[in-house]
Design a protein around this ligand. Structure first.
Ligand code: SF4
Length: 189
């Protein structure tokens, strides 16, 4: 772990969480921190998250929790924005860490193989792969965990990580000791 968020910074740390190719279960677990989310909101500025209505990832983010794997081109674009603008990027949950459930399609072939099998080879009518430019995000041929695409600073395992582990990890980040995140229990979906 190279990046440490200084707890004595004059401004509040800027906190983000993002949802890429995942089921949102990691963010549901995040909400299970219950009333501690009020304490968290007092300690940080939540500048981007599914729990706030901000469309574009902002600049100068101190810590970003990123749920889900890279499954389509939208995920890729958002992840590159997150990496470019975040000091500490945490792979949040097993889909982000390993691909996990989101990557279960990988052994079946490429996205093109699977789409062709479902929409062309297995149908008798209107055999065509669905494609609506700027409406349907284009699938990556293979789903990738975050660290295969960008540098990841820390990993928070679990499917989903427990609320207790999420709180512990964030407390450590805010205290400037994020290396302890590695003690989170690994649990694979
Ligand atoms: Fe959902 Fe589990 Fe993946 Fe989190 S790690 S997005 S809970 S499948």
């Amino acid at each position: 772990m190279e990046t440490v968020i200084e707890p004595t910074t004059a401004r509040k740390p800027r906190f983000a969480s993002a949802w890429l190719g995942g089921c949102s279960g990691c963010h549901m677990s995040f909400l299970d921190i219950d009333e501690w989310i009020i304490d968290l909101a007092n300690m940080v500025d939540i500048v981007y998250s599914p729990v706030v209505d901000i469309k574009n990832f902002p600049e100068d983010v101190d810590v970003a929790l990123v749920e889900g794997a890279v499954a389509n081109e939208d995920n890729l674009e958002v992840l590159l924005q997150i990496r470019k603008n975040s000091k500490l990027l945490i792979a949040f949950g097993d889909c982000a860490v390993t691909g996990n459930v989101t990557a279960m399609r990988n052994p079946l072939g490429t996205a093109t193989d699977i789409l062709k099998s479902v929409y062309v080879d297995s149908t008798d009518m209107q055999q065509q792969i669905p494609s609506r430019q700027h409406i349907l995000p284009v699938l990556m041929e293979k789903v990738r965990p975050l660290h295969e695409v960008v540098k990841v600073d820390a990993y928070l395992h679990g499917c989903p990580p427990s609320a207790a582990d999420i709180r512990k990890a964030l407390e450590q980040v805010l205290a400037g000791t994020p290396e302890l995140i590695k003690e989170s229990k690994a649990k694979f979906g």
